[in-house]
Design a protein around this ligand. Sequence first.
Ligand SMILES: [Zn+2]
Length: 215
Amino acid sequence: MDAFPKALIDGYRTFRTQRLPTEQTRYRELSVRGQSPEVMVIGCCDSRVSPEVIFDAGPGELFVMRNIANPVPIYQPDSAAHGVSAALEFAVSVLKVKHIVVLGHAQCGGIRAFIDKTAPLSPGDFIGKWMAMFIKPGEVVEQRAHETMQDFVTRIEKAAVFRSLENLMTFPFVRNRVERGELRLHGAYFGVAEGSLFVLDREAKEFRSVKEVAA
Ligand SMILES: [Zn+2]
């Protein structure tokens, strides 16, 4: 175990002694009958925004797909490999999840790079190309007059959740299940500093604090 991070070994030991004993039965059950999570979460890779932590989820509860800034591409059944689409295909067609939650967050580095039009980090400009999928052809993303930079960034972080929800509906297997009432799509936004969660009210097109949403 050449220089395997000590923090991870220590963390695993804590898991073995504290968490595993309380969840052992669940792990054994899941190993026998397989997973059947009802919720898929599409979130950002950001280390501060872990869906399992935020939603206090145990093993087998969340099917999580994380990428830079949580975009969902549009449905493109071409010859290229599509990671998000593969995860979606499995979650919807095999696991038959009942909910998909797109989880955006504050201080998203991917969104910031997109707004700042950051120079490519490598010749591949993978982040630049990845983030470009948030814009439709001809769409311009600009700071409004009298809008602070902070408000602009927050607006785009939230708009990105809307766009991902819109793009999810371009997948026929998602649309079909949504239209049959077997699958529901949700948006959420996590405020890192306060640990606050906001849930999208799609009719009002507004994010509401979970504190205001009736339990
Ligand atoms: Zn992010």
